[in-house]
Design a protein around this ligand. Structure first.
Ligand code: 5GP
Ligand code: ZN
Length: 113
């Protein structure tokens, strides 16, 4: 997708710190981390948000969630972690390419919003 920041990151046109990649998924460190571990997991095929997953193959969606578990293990998040996907303006989604935040490495806030 032209002019999509995360599509440009997948293409390597914008640099990122990669933590995981497979045929369907790319994952990299968030540029503005909100926890000691803050990683973004994204499908390689552009979909704008969870609201649009009917446009997506189930295998691509499942691959993202399986990657979350693998990355959490790889990052040593033995005591737990949080997975967040902001969807639309009320959730302050700022990049319109589906992404799952993995947040961990500390005791996270009890309140989620
Ligand atoms: P959202 O607000 O859409 O849920 O999350 C977008 C995330 O992308 C934010 O946490 C923001 O820090 C991160 N982000 C925005 N631009 C870049 C970038 O160029 N590189 C990386 N690594 N992260 C980015
Ligand atoms: Zn995109």
């Amino acid at each position: 997708m032209e002019n999509c920041l995360f599509c440009k990151i997948i293409a390597g046109d914008i640099p990122s710190t990669k933590v995981y990649e497979d045929e369907k998924v790319y994952a990299f460190r968030d540029i503005n981390p909100q926890a000691p571990t803050h990683i973004l997991v994204i499908p390689k095929k552009h979909v704008s948000s969870l609201a649009m997953i009917d446009e997506m193959e189930d295998t691509d969606l499942a691959a993202c969630l399986r990657a979350v578990r693998l990355i959490a293990q790889q990052e040593g998040l033995k005591n737990g972690y949080r997975v967040v996907s902001n969807c639309g303006p009320d959730a302050c989604q700022s990049v319109p390419h589906l992404h799952f935040h993995i947040l961990g490495g500390t005791q996270l806030a009890d309140q989620m919003a």
